[in-house]
Design a protein around this ligand. Structure first.
Ligand code: GSH
Length: 209
């Protein structure tokens, strides 16, 4: 498999974690987002959205959208499971993951921040925008897992929720968010003690700057 991504891309980071948890081998192809390589015609042929990640399967078919990719991997390689069997808990985990992937991450994504810049908004205000979005999201995340957290977000097994949380905390630090949630930080530390998470970290990638 070939993972098209970028070291700093938190959506790519999610997929790297899932691939590592499943013990799957993959090659990585880096697309430098600040240089706009995600909009090169060759990449747009793989993902017309011009966003990373995209996962090219061995047979040439391409998957996009990090959560869809993680769920695909979970279906094809069920162990270790990223979602439990209980339907309610699955729904709660998906809600947590989507809070980050659908409501927080998109509004602080590069192309949105660039668009704000073209509207004449200054860097400080743009960073403040991203910081607020992340703060509000993480505050909600912390409450959502108040009754479920164990070593990880939902009990003592890693789930899709942890796969979304850890990369989002990287972005939180990048934008100077005051990380006032000890529960989230303890879960992050537990995750990062696992090689699957540690090896997927941005600074460990070959394209890291
Ligand atoms: N919902 C998508 C988001 C993908 C996404 O926004 N990727 C970012 C990097 S984390 C990107 O490619 N940004 C490039 C840009 O904004 O131009 C997913 O989860 O895969």
């Amino acid at each position: 498999m070939r993972l098209h991504g970028y070291f700093r891309s938190t959506a790519s980071y999610r997929v790297r974690i899932a691939l590592n948890l499943k013990g799957l081998r993959y090659d990585q192809l880096s697309h430098h987002l600040r240089k706009g390589e995600q909009r090169a015609p060759a990449y747009l042929a793989l993902n017309p959205q011009g966003l990373v990640p995209a996962l090219e399967l061995d047979d040439g078919r391409v998957l996009t959208q990090s959560l869809a990719i993680c769920e695909y991997l979970d279906e094809i390689h069920p162990e270790p499971a990223l979602l439990p069997t209980d339907s309610i808990t699955r729904a709660h985990i998906r809600a947590f993951a989507q809070l980050i992937a659908c409501d927080v991450h998109p509004v602080q994504n590069l192309k949105i921040l660039n668009r704000l810049c073209t509207l004449g908004i200054g860097e400080d205000r743009i960073d403040g925008w991203a910081r607020t979005a992340i703060e509000e999201g993480l505050a909600a995340c912390d409450v959502l897992i108040a009754d479920t957290a164990g070593r990880y977000c939902f009990g003592d097994a890693v789930t899709l929720a942890d796969i979304c949380l850890v990369p989002q905390l990287v972005n939180a630090r990048r934008f100077g968010v005051d990380l006032r949630w000890p529960r989230l930080l303890a879960i992050e530390a537990a995750c990062l003690s696992l090689p699957a998470f540690a090896d997927a970290a941005p600074e460990r990638q070959e394209d890291a700057e």
